[in-house]
Each structure stands twice: as structure tokens, then as C-alpha cells.
Design a protein around this ligand. Structure first.
Ligand code: COI
Length: 355
């Protein structure tokens, strides 16, 4: 790739690679050797560097620590059988990062800084990209305020950073979810659509209550009536009722515009499945569970990929979903997505960037 930004590279002399067990990767615990760093000051992004992954020194008055002016992304890189590096839908993540940034009064990161910083980081750390089945390199770009100032206003300075970690499955098994009708994740006019740090912090307490009751995740409902299913804490959610795939629309600004969500909807339409982007009522979900009309329920996300749901709690009732046949849509779409991501089939959608 031709670069238009000048990136200073300082490589580590103490790689963690030899001590990393690629056979037993969990999610987000082992970070690769390097990180990309850029500073925003005097109204522009500058000081592009790749440095050894290391802790940051922050002043206790750092604005992010107090007010959470921070946004992030998640995307993945894969290796194909020719050992080439493929990134899945990086352009969509770059755009979404900037949409989140706008909502949080954070300056956008131009495409060339995002893409060139990422490409160089993957070049330096290409040996961290797992080639074992089901594994990938998770990429975490993020921007955060760096002003040391306690007044409430948008920061004047920021850091944009990217680091990566080799990962296996986020959910190793199918998950159980509980419909949440007391707490609210997002309200219309709020920040629900932004991939903002605070959205995740606010969801921890209700999720922890559900986890203590034995459920893996919540199914969030809308903040006004709690009658409509929105998304889960770590992923968008989809339901197949009779012959139709139903998933919440992104038009109200309360759910994350998932890139896996979009990819699955694209593939679903191509596979001839009826797709209905509309809010599924909790009562409808309950009825579909009671009558056996619910064929499949699954989550979609970068980290989660396709997470099969095996149990849903609605009200006080646990409903176990019937065992899915091997040709169920969620298995098929996972297989197709994986085949695209690992370069086993032709990318007909322009989703893959080779670096
Ligand atoms: C992702 O899927 O990339 C996310 O940021 C969700 C989080 C559960 C890791």
C-alpha cells in the first residue's frame, strides 16, 4: 500500500510471540506486540507512530477518566491459505468510528490515517494473525479525550490508537438470554447508536444481575415502553419466525449499526430469505416461543460472529429453543461469512481488503 502519512516505527526487542499459545486463544486477553498511535492537537491529527504495546501515562484529571469522551471499534483480520492478510469491512468500521465520534464531539479520523495506520500495524505484527481454524486477529481502534481539565466541554486534544489481539471464539457455546424490561440501555435521542465507552459501562449492572440468575446476556428492550426487542449487550439479535428473519431497525438511533448485522442481512436476502427490519414485540416473541413458530434466534457481531441462542427468558418463563437442523440459516450464513473472511470463496461484495 502507498502511504500518504509518515509513520515512525519503533519495534519491540522483546516479542511476546514465543510465549503465546495460539492453540488455546480466548477473547481479548493477549495483546499483540505493537500499537498505532496518533495525537490530535491544534485542530489536526499528527505524530503517527507504531510503538511497542505498553501502558499509557495519564494525568488523573484526564477528561476520559471522568466524562467518558471516548469511542471505539472492533474488526478482524484473517489469513488465507496463501498466508495473505485479509481485513473484513475495514471501510465500514472507519465510517462507523467517525459517526460515533461525531455524536461524542470527537474529531473524525480521516480514512487514510485509519487505513494506513492499520495496514502498517498489521505488517509489523503479521505473525500475530492466527492461522488456526476459527481464530482471527481482533482489531481495536479507539479515540479518547486527553485534555487534563475538569470543566465540562469537548476536549481539545485526543489520541487515536489501534491495538490488536489474536482471538478465538467470544462465545464458545450457544448462549442464553433474558429479556430486560426494567433497565434501559438506550433512549431515542441518546447515544445508543454510538460505539461509545459509556454505553457499555451502563449496561454492566443489569447484565450482571442476569448473569447471577444464570443467563449469558440480556435482550434489551426500548427505553420508552419496554415492549420492543432492540439488541443484546454484545451483539445485534435476529429471529427467524416461520419463514421471515426479523431484526430491529437502526432508524431510531438506539441500536448499534452492526457491520456483521448488515453482512448477514445482505447474505440473507441473497439466499432468498424474507427479511423484515422491524421491532419484534416482546409479546410476539413470547407467542412465537410458545407456539414453536420461532425457528432460530442468534446474535451477530464482530466479536460474537454468529452466536446461537439456545434459551430465552421472557417474564418469568424460560423457553428452550428446539435443536436447529444442520442446514439452519444461522449455520449457513456463518459458513458463508467465514468462507469470505478466510478467502475460501470470492468476495463479491467488496468486503475484503488485502494488505
Ligand atoms: C465487537 O464485537 O467488536 C464489540 O465491540 C463487542 C464487544 C463485546 C467486544
Amino acid at each position: 500500500m502507498n502511504t500518504t502519512i509518515d509513520i515512525q516505527i519503533k519495534q519491540t526487542s522483546q516479542s511476546k510471540l514465543p510465549g503465546t499459545n495460539f492453540e488455546n486463544l480466548s477473547f481479548g486477553q493477549v495483546m499483540s506486540d505493537h500499537m498505532f498511535v496518533a495525537d490530535y492537537k491544534n485542530g489536526e491529527w499528527q505524530n503517527f507512530s507504531i510503538e511497542p504495546y505498553a501502558p499509557l501515562a495519564l494525568n488523573p484529571a484526564n477528561a476520559t477518566l471522568h466524562y467518558g469522551q471516548s469511542v471505539f471499534e472492533g474488526l478482524k483480520a484473517y489469513k488465507n491459505e496463501n498466508d495473505e492478510v485479509l481485513i473484513f469491512r475495514a471501510d465500514a468500521n472507519q465510517r462507523r468510528l467517525n459517526e460515533s465520534a461525531e455524536r461524542m464531539c470527537i474529531p473524525p479520523v480521516p480514512e487514510e490515517i485509519f487505513m494506513e495506520g492499520l495496514a502498517k500495524l498489521l505488517e509489523v505484527d503479521r505473525n500475530w494473525i492466527p492461522s488456526n481454524p476459527g481464530c482471527s486477529l481482533y482489531i481495536r481502534p479507539f479515540i479518547f479525550a486527553t485534555d487534563d481539565y475538569l470543566g465540562i466541554r469537548p476536549s481539545l486534544t485526543y489520541k487515536f490508537m489501534i491495538f490488536t489481539c489474536p482471538v478465538g471464539h467470544y462465545y464458545a457455546k450457544p448462549v442464553s438470554v433474558k429479556v430486560e424490561t426494567k433497565y434501559t440501555r438506550a433512549a431515542e435521542g441518546g447515544t445508543g447508536q454510538a460505539k461509545a465507552a459509556g454505553n457499555y459501562a451502563g449496561s454492566l449492572y443489569p447484565a450482571q444481575i442476569a448473569q447471577k440468575q444464570g443467563y449469558d446476556q440480556l435482550l434489551w428492550t426500548d427505553g420508552k415502553s419496554h415492549e420492543n426487542i432492540e439488541e443484546s449487550g454484545t451483539m445485534n439479535v435476529m429471529f427467524i419466525i416461520e419463514d421471515t428473519l426479523i431484526t430491529a431497525p437502526t432508524s431510531k438511533g438506539t441500536i448499534l449499526k452492526g457491520i456483521t448485522r448488515d453482512s448477514v442481512l445482505t447474505l440473507a436476502k441473497e439466499k432468498g430469505l424474507k427479511v423484515d427490519e422491524r421491532f419484534l414485540k416482546v409479546s410476539e416473541l413470547k407467542e412465537a416461543l410458545e407456539t414453536g413458530k420461532l425457528q432460530e434466534a442468534f446474535g451477530t457481531g464482530t466479536a460474537a460472529t454468529i452466536a446461537h441462542i439456545y434459551k430465552i427468558n421472557v417474564g418469568d418463563t424460560d423457553f428452550e429453543l428446539p435443536e436447529k437442523p444442520k442446514d439452519a440459516f444461522s449455520y449457513q450464513v456463518l459458513e458463508t461469512l467465514d468462507a469470505i473472511k478466510y478467502g475460501r470463496i470470492e468476495d463479491q461484495h467488496g468486503w475484503i481488503t488485502k494488505v
